[in-house]
Every structure is written in structure tokens, then in C-alpha cells.
Design a protein around this ligand. Structure first.
Ligand code: PGA
Length: 256
């Protein structure tokens, strides 16, 4: 059984003050449920505050949205893996489509970051996903396979177990257009097949694959009840503590 993992990707939202209000409301709604893992992924500047507020929780953890692969150096504007570890960060989102499209990140760069994450004992949440044009050209499998194999080059099975994959079709991010549960399940099953080819059956069965792209309280349950959907990476709907709590509840319920 894979423990579901639901993450709140706040993107460039939430000052420290706003984050504080969010976390206290969210914890009041949800508590610290054993059945599920929750990751709050604030912008860098709000990480210390969120970490401090989550010191007592077992299942609500802190993530980061990005990092550099080097340990230190002349990289103005960048943040290193060790800097995140010092703030009790456990997960790091890598290769988000916004990083790929707006900041020129390639699979090769993401692969360096993935290895740097393992070295710093951070768990990557690796994002992959096709654009609408790629889907219309029938290239979904080709794109997912290339991104997975490129971003996870030279990753060992034991490292793969520490990794979460987030399937986020680019056309569904922030658009209100969710993949249907069937479309998402089909892509997730394909991702697991590639993981099997890259490692082995037992490893591929244990890796958690999140769906991301316009996840909302009213579509979360159906998505999360699919056999290969092990969680969600939530953008817009994670900015409201009550709607994010409802999405988490959808993942906790018995039938999902
Ligand atoms: P969205 O974003 O939920 O606002 O579509 C998801 C993401 O980009 O991770």
C-alpha cells in the first residue's frame, strides 16, 4: 500500500504573515492525520515560519519549490540543498513546468538537482507532463518517457523509493481544465511502466505518483480513487486552507 501524499504548491504566493494564518487555520481543520502525508511548499522566504509552525506535526511536512544543484558558490539568486535542510525542509519540487517553460530548465539540469537532493537527504517531487500541442500530436508517452529517463538518469532503485513523481499535464495547470480521471490514470499507469523498466517491479510498485493540474475539492475524490494516483500536487486550490483541507480529506477517505 502506498501512503497518499498531498502537496500544496503555493508558487509565488503567501508572505510569512499570510502563511502563518494559513497554517493555523489548516491545522485546526485537519489536525495531523496518520493515514496520509501532507507537504506544504511555500516560497523560500516563508519556509522558516512554516517549519516553525509544523515542528510538532508528524505527517505535515515542509517542501521547497526549487533549488540549485551546487553546494555553494557564485550563483546569485540561488539556494542550495544544505540551506533547505537547515530549515527542516524534507521535499523539494523539481522540474515544475513553470521552471521548465519560464526559466529554461532542461532534463539535464533537473537530473543534477535530483542527485543533489538525494545527497542532501531531500526527497524530490519530480514534475513531468505534456503540453496541449504534444497531446494533440499523440506524443504523451514519448514526452513522459523522455522526461522521466532524462530527469532520473543514473538514479538507483533505493533512491527512486525516496522520489515522488508528479504527473502534471501542462494544459491542466491553472486553467481549470482537469484531466479526466481516466486520462490521468492512463498516464500514471504508463509512468509506472517506465519506472518498472528503469528499475524493477517491486520498486515501481512502491513509488508514489501524484496528479497535478486544477485539482479542486470537487474533483479530488475521483482522481484520488484511481489505482495509480497516489496523491495530488495542488496549486491554486492550496491557497485557501479550507479547500486544501477538503482535498486532503478526499485522500483520507476509505474509498479512495
Ligand atoms: P493548479 O497548479 O492546481 O493551480 O493547476 C498545479 C501546479 O502547478 O502544481
Amino acid at each position: 500500500m502506498r501512503k497518499k501524499i498531498i502537496a500544496a504548491n503555493w508558487k509565488m504566493h503567501m508572505t510569512q504573515t499570510e502563511a502563518e494564518t494559513f497554517v493555523s487555520t489548516f491545522l485546526r481543520e485537519i489536525g495531523d492525520p496518520d493515514e496520509i502525508e501532507i507537504v506544504i511548499v511555500p516560497p523560500f522566504t516563508s519556509i522558516p515560519k512554516v517549519s516553525e509552525l509544523l515542528t510538532q506535526t508528524q505527517n505535515v511536512k515542509v517542501g521547497a519549490q526549487n533549488m540549485h544543484w551546487e553546494r555553494s558558490g557564485a550563483f546569485t539568486g540561488e539556494v542550495s540543498p544544505a540551506m533547505l535542510r537547515e530549515l527542516f525542509v524534507r521535499y523539494v519540487v523539481l522540474g515544475h513546468s513553470e521552471r521548465r517553460a519560464l526559466f529554461g530548465e532542461t532534463d539535464e539540469m533537473i537530473n543534477r538537482k535530483v542527485h543533489a537532493a538525494y545527497e542532501a537527504v531531500l526527497r524530490p517531487i519530480l514534475c513531468i507532463g505534456e503540453t496541449l500541442a504534444q497531446r494533440e500530436r499523440g506524443e504523451v508517452e514519448k514526452v513522459l518517457s523522455t522526461q522521466l529517463r532524462g530527469s532520473l538518469a543514473k538514479v538507483e532503485s533505493k533512491e527512486l523509493l525516496e522520489t515522488v513523481i508528479a504527473y502534471e499535464p501542462v494544459w491542466a495547470i491553472g486553467t481549470g481544465k482537469t484531466a479526466t480521471a481516466a486520462q490521468a490514470q492512463e498516464a500514471h499507469a504508463f509512468v509506472r511502466q517506465i519506472l518498472r523498466e528503469m528499475s524493477d517491479e517491486a520498486t515501481a510498485e512502491k513509488v508514489r505518483i501524484q496528479y497535478g493540474g486544477s485539482v479542486k475539492p470537487d474533483n479530488a475524490r475521483e482522481l484520488l480513487s484511481q489505482p495509480d494516483i497516489d496523491g495530488a500536487l495542488v496549486g491554486g486550490a492550496s491557497l485557501d486552507p479550507r479547500s486544501f483541507a477538503q482535498i486532503v480529506q478526499a485522500g483520507v477517505s476509505k474509498d479512495s
